[in-house]
Design a protein around this ligand. Structure first.
Ligand code: NAD
Length: 250
């Protein structure tokens, strides 16, 4: 997407200190948006990303906060709005995994994945939506996953949360459309980040066998689509789930 087409807009990206969130924040900055980068704990990593973002000539600040906490996400949104006096783009990217087979999965591992991946997105939308409704415009982009569509052995918690994101996206799209707010989801396939680095060679090879384009994705592949959804070029698209997966799910 072109440079400067988001000039003057404010984008909040959750979980942005590394991986896909970092790529998204950099892409939106390259397109001219001012950036609020939410992070949970890694201050030095987020500061490096902030420096990189500022090199595009936009303003950028990092705000610490756990999106799974209703109050902390409220503070995050309030501080974002106080800083820039607008909030045009929300990207719900923060996510975790706690994989394991269903019959052995601990209750705590189910709860925490739902709490961060699904409730975290709800929390941020819940606090951002009143601002966007008042502005009569906004773009909300939720990062789901192809496993939210297909399911995945060993990821019952994660797949349930990512499927939940899709229902959340479609419901929010219907509720907010009359206020000129677009709500869409992006469903990445296998993207090379810290989240997938921990997987064994066997699992990686199995995944590769199921990708028609025969390569893993990069953060920038997701960021390009998020950039499009954040721009006016996508103004007639809402409630959709866009797979970015090398053809993994066709
Ligand atoms: P990652 O682990 O590199 O990054 C996730 C980021 O979220 C980290 O910066 C982490 O600190 C942050 N985070 C976690 N819990 C948080 C919380 N409670 N509050 C605030 N921030 C929090 O992973 P990634 O691969 O970059 O994943 C980004 C998103 O893309 C996630 O939602 C993930 O589920 C999704 N996704 C990734 C892949 C993939 O193959 N990598 C595939 C499908 C979907």
């Amino acid at each position: 997407m072109g440079k400067n087409i988001l000039k003057g807009k404010t984008a909040l990206v959750t979980g942005g200190s590394r991986g896909i969130g970092k790529s998204i924040a950099i892409k939106l900055a390259e397109m001219g948006a001012n950036i609020v980068l939410n992070y949970r704990s890694n201050v030095s990593a987020v500061e490096e990303v902030i420096d990189e973002i500022k090199s595009f000539g936009v303003e950028a600040v990092a705000i610490q906060g756990d999106v799974s906490n209703f109050k902390e996400s409220e503070n995050l949104v309030r501080e974002t709005f106080e800083k820039f006096n607008s909030l045009d783009i929300l990207v719900n990217n923060a996510g975790i995994t706690a994989d394991g087979l269903l019959i052995r999965m601990k209750e705590v591992d189910f709860d925490k994945v739902i709490q961060v991946n699904l409730k975290g997105a709800f929390n941020c939308i819940r606090h951002v939506a009143p601002i966007m409704v008042k502005q009569r415009k906004g773009k909300i982009i939720n990062i789901s996953s192809v496993v939210g569509i297909t399911g995945n052995a060993g990821q019952a918690n994660y797949a349930a949360a990512k499927a939940g994101i899709i229902g959340l996206t479609k419901s929010a799209a219907k509720e907010l459309a009359s206020r000129n707010i677009n709500v869409n989801a992006v469903a990445p396939g296998f993207i090379e980040t810290d989240m997938t680095k921990v997987l064994s060679d066997k699992v990686r090879q199995l995944a590769l066998n199921n990708i028609p384009l025969k390569k893993f994705g990069k953060g920038k592949d997701i960021a390009e689509v998020v950039g499009f959804l954040a721009s006016d070029s996508s103004e007639y698209i809402t409630g959709q789930v866009i797979n970015v997966d090398g053809g993994m799910v066709i």
